[in-house]
Design a protein around this ligand. Structure first.
Ligand code: C2O
Ligand code: CU
Length: 482
């Protein structure tokens, strides 16, 4: 793979370089896609919107003939979709009925570190945690999932994950009726041992679990019956380790309209899209009456190396068109302002390398702050995938702009706000971001690889946001439940 020929070429070359292993079993699409319910909420007289989430164990029908022991929020598997509007104050009462300490992290959310739900905000068995904050960022598809120190992979794999949708006043004409023409699509691959989720699958494989069964919103072999001319699919890669190359089996093109942090500047037409764990993309797909097409993860077409992470052909979801389709608005040509940090004065330049189970700062250490960022300053972080493995990079609290991608400008699908980015093998990416609002040198946020085994094993670090002139070399670790 030549990584010096420009970002887009490298991105495509990287996707083709993933080895072809095999085609994983044919899927009968015989179950209607489950749409997670919108979470109920109450709004008090002061305008605070409150949600209740209970983490619990249960059993789920995952198509194994016998029920599968699973975990979920307010149910046995996954969780309801939370939804709030920019400017609203929200509170989430999280109760744990699990037998293990966990946390709930709001992935992609701009909020104080003490509300973030990372490893520093443990919820004990039987415990309760009620973070609250004000939504202050553009409309976006975010998600929530546990983030306990060293145990994230297991808790997410058992089923704890849900979507968190944000709305704003930018009323762009896209399909927007939840469950009618606007659908959450949470994609997770699972390995089974009989009817049990196989948690030890791939134990000796550094990537982590790569399963051969794909669940969408917890549904195996799902079909989605479209009743409109266009559908908006809010695709979340909620898998532990797998990178998907989303593609329809009839090669149809679709429009990518949003990435992690919200709408792209303009739609990007494509027939394939890479999403690594934790990343989101909203796509708009044209539907024809009577349509049948299968959303797959396509294997590479070139020669492979022995690189794992997204190389199987996997059937994901069948999209069906009803015989008559209700009209949809035409796709707008402009969607949202582009990120604008490229010409900023840079207040700090940092280099982070990802290798094995550590960054250049070392393995994750709850007592060590790796980066002290300055409030209201634009920073440039260059992040390098320094070994032969699959890594991506996620930063809490902010959405960043990708400035350089593997030696070139970012591909168009990375031209919007992002919180997680796949880093090609051996390549670097330059990210720019501004930390605003929440200076607190005693309360770190996390940055890490979102392949959950890597994260758990130490490929994670902590940063704090300081006021100009403040330092922070020691932090209290007493809130750490180890
Ligand atoms: Cu989605 Cu630090 O996580
Ligand atoms: Cu990694």
């Amino acid at each position: 793979v030549v990584l010096t020929v420009g970002g887009f070429a490298a991105y495509i070359a990287w996707s083709f370089a993933q080895s072809s292993i095999d085609t994983v079993g044919k899927v009968d699409f015989d179950r209607p896609l489950v749409i997670p319910p919108l979470a109920e909420s109450t709004v008090d007289p002061s305008g605070v919107r409150t949600f209740d989430l209970t983490m619990q164990a249960g059993e789920s029908d995952l198509g194994r003939g016998a029920p599968t022991p699973t975990w979920g929020f307010n149910g046995s598997f996954l969780g309801p979709t939370l939804r709030a509007t920019r400017g609203e104050q929200v509170r989430v009462n999280v109760t744990s009925r699990l037998g293990e300490t966990s946390t709930v992290h709001w992935h992609g959310m701009h909020l104080p570190a003490s509300m973030d739900g990372g490893p520093r905000q443990p919820i004990q068995p039987g415990g309760r945690w009620s973070p609250h904050w004000t939504i202050d960022q553009p409309a976006a598809t975010l998600w929530y999932h546990p983030h306990p120190h060293g145990e994230t992979a297991k808790h997410v794999y058992r089923g704890l994950a849900g979507m968190f949708l944000l709305d704003d006043a930018n009323d762009v004409a896209l399909p927007k009726t939840y469950g009618v023409d606007d659908f959450p699509i949470m994609v997770q691959d699972k390995a089974f041992d009989g009817n049990q989720l196989d948690e030890s699958h791939g134990l000796f494989q550094s990537t982590g679990i790569l399963g051969d069964t794909v669940l969408v919103n917890g549904t195996p072999g799902a079909f989605l019956q479209a009743t409109t001319e266009r559908v908006r699919l809010r695709v979340l890669n909620g898998s532990n380790a797998r990178v998907y190359r989303f593609h329809f089996d009839d090669n149809r093109r679709y429009a990518v309209v949003a990435s992690d942090g919200g709408l792209l500047p303009r739609p990007v037409l494509t027939d394939e899209l890479l999403l690594s764990p934790g990343e989101r993309a909203e796509i708009v797909v044209d539907v024809r009456p009577g349509d049948r097409t299968v959303l797959q993860s396509a294997p590479p077409t070139g020669d492979g190396n022995r690189f794992t992470g997204g190389s199987d052909r996997l059937d994901i979801l069948e999209l069906r068109g009803a015989t008559t389709l209700a009209p949809s608005p035409p796709l707008p040509s402009e969607l949202a302002p582009a990120p604008d940090l490229a010409d900023d004065v840079i207040g700090a330049t940092r280099s982070i390398s990802l290798s094995g189970t550590r960054t250049n700062f070392g393995k994750m250490d709850m007592g060590r702050v790796d980066i002290v960022s300055t409030l209201d300053t634009t920073e440039s972080w260059t992040v390098t995938n320094a070994d032969g493995q699959v890594h991506n990079f996620h930063i809490h609290d902010v959405q960043f702009q990708v400035i350089r991608y593997a030696g070139g400008p970012p591909p168009a699908v990375l031209a919007g706000w992002k919180d997680t980015v796949l880093i090609p093998n051996g390549a670097s990416v330059e990210l720019r971001m501004r930390f605003t609002d929440f200076a607190d040198t005693q309360s770190p946020y996390m940055f890490h690889c979102h392949l959950l085994r890597h994260e758990d094993e130490g490929l994670m670090g902590q940063f704090v946001v300081a006021r100009p002139g403040e330092t922070a070399d020691r932090i209290e670790v007493s809130d750490h439940a180890d």
